[in-house]
Design a protein around this ligand. Structure first.
Ligand code: HGY
Ligand code: MN
Ligand code: MN
Length: 409
């Protein structure tokens, strides 16, 4: 295997720019929510590139797309991949980098006339973000058999749309079967989306695993009433209970400690009017921790606080779990190899857990999997300011190139 192979960073960067045009926001961000018209545009662009590169493209029943590059021998492919859907106010690197680096590696090997022994695959999974349809990573969950296809297709999104109908509407309800993954190993390049690598001056992150995730939707039902005439003792104010919960989760993260994080990201009041006591609040709570015991403690304390606070206000609560994934550890030999390849390339490298969820955490259940991180400027992501320098994108892709060609040798 040619040891000095490196990707063409400029070509990778220009694909990142091209893909960012699908769902481009006026101020530089990207809105490519899963199964929307923008997602279709992005999918068509990436599938077009796959076909230009001579990959055999398959689309499965939940819309996951896999481009296969033949090896000298048949057998299970070494897969690179990530996702191309984004949150509504997303950036151009989250997900896209891992998919486009895979295409860049295919083209680099083609240019060098290199055919690996095992086949290579480049994949993007449907709805990794979970911003429109929950849970997140539902494409890779179905791909690995961890979520029944019918359940995913029947999922109703935050906008009332049905996942299966949207998938058919954008033309990506494929034929390939799901749930029987044929993958030798899976490596995902991704931007860190946090501040650690930049703060420590590291170019490469050897990701040891992904923290546990717990998403809960709370529907608080109180009573509408006049903001001026209703004495405070008579109120059943869903807005007040929601606000108490939102401030409680910040205290909860501090009290649980460790890597605990807690977020109220969505909160809608009804009727949401200045002079009406809110009869209803619909909100989400996102709890995460690398330690599952602490995460379960955080879930217990939240449930107790919600029940107590709502009862005291005469408000009823409906709770719905939107996602719950235990922490995942990646394959130790692969994590070690990411670290040693970075060192061979004289790139600064650090081991760290992933704060964000990723498709790799689902693939880890069915094959050896790992992730390579590159720095996020200012640790910012899920925001239009998301940025990773071109040289960091190329460095991450070089490490990915070496690792997958070793695994496919
Ligand atoms: O929420 C997450 O961590 C991922 O971006 N879906
Ligand atoms: Mn992502
Ligand atoms: Mn994301």
């Amino acid at each position: 295997m040619r040891q000095n192979l490196r990707v063409n960073g400029a070509r990778l960067w220009s694909r990142l720019e091209r893909l960012a045009e699908a769902g481009a926001l006026p101020d530089g961000g990207v809105n490519r929510l899963a199964l929307t018209e923008a997602d279709r545009q992005g999918r068509d662009l990436v599938v077009g590139w796959m076909r230009e590169l001579g990959l055999a493209v398959t689309i499965d029943a939940i819309g996951n797309v896999v481009g296969l590059r033949r090896g000298r021998e048949d057998g299970l492919p070494v897969m690179m991949g990530s996702h191309i859907d984004t949150v509504r106010t997303g950036g151009r690197f989250d997900g896209a980098l891992g998919v486009l680096a895979g295409l860049e590696i295919v083209q680099t090997l083609d240019d060098a006339g290199v055919v690996t022994r095992r086949p290579l695959a480049v994949a993007f999974f449907t709805n990794e973000e979970g911003a429109r349809f929950q849970p997140d990573m539902f494409g890779s969950l179905v791909f690995t058999g961890a979520l029944p296809l019918e359940k995913a297709l029947a999922t109703v999104g935050v906008d009332g749309a049905v996942a299966g109908e949207e998938l058919a509407r954008i033309g990506y309800a494929g034929e390939a079967p799901v749930g029987r993954p044929n993958v030798h190993a899976y490596v995902e390049l991704h931007v860190e989306q946090g501040p650690t690598l930049e703060a420590e001056g590291c170019t490469i992150g050897a990701v040891e695993g992904v923290q546990g995730i717990s998403w809960t939707e709370l529907t608080l039902n109180g009573q509408s009433n006049h903001a001026g005439t209703t004495p405070m003792r008579m109120r059943r104010d869903a807005g007040y209970v929601a606000a108490e919960i939102a401030s409680y989760v910040r205290r909860l993260a501090r009290d649980i400690g460790g890597n605990q994080v807690a977020t109220v990201g969505a909160l809608t009041l009804t009727p949401n009017l200045v002079n009406v006591v809110a009869e209803k609040a619909l909100m989400t709570v996102d709890l995460r921790n690398t330690d599952n015991e602490r995460l379960m403690e955080a879930e217990r304390r939240l449930a107790d606080f919600v029940a107590k606070t709502a009862k005291a206000e005469g408000v009823t609560v409906e709770t719905r779990s939107l996602a719950r994934f235990d922490p995942v550890a990646f394959s130790a030999p692969l994590v070690h190899r990411v670290e040693s390849i970075a060192r061979e390339f004289e790139l600064s490298v650090k081991r760290l857990p992933s704060g964000a969820g990723h498709d790799a955490q689902m693939l880890a259940a069915v094959c050896p999997a790992c992730m390579i991180f590159v720095p996020s400027a200012g640790g910012v992501s899920h925001d239009i300011e998301e940025y990773t320098a071109p040289e960091h994108c190329a460095a991450g892709a070089d490490v990915l190139l070496r690792l997958v060609t070793e695994l496919a040798a």
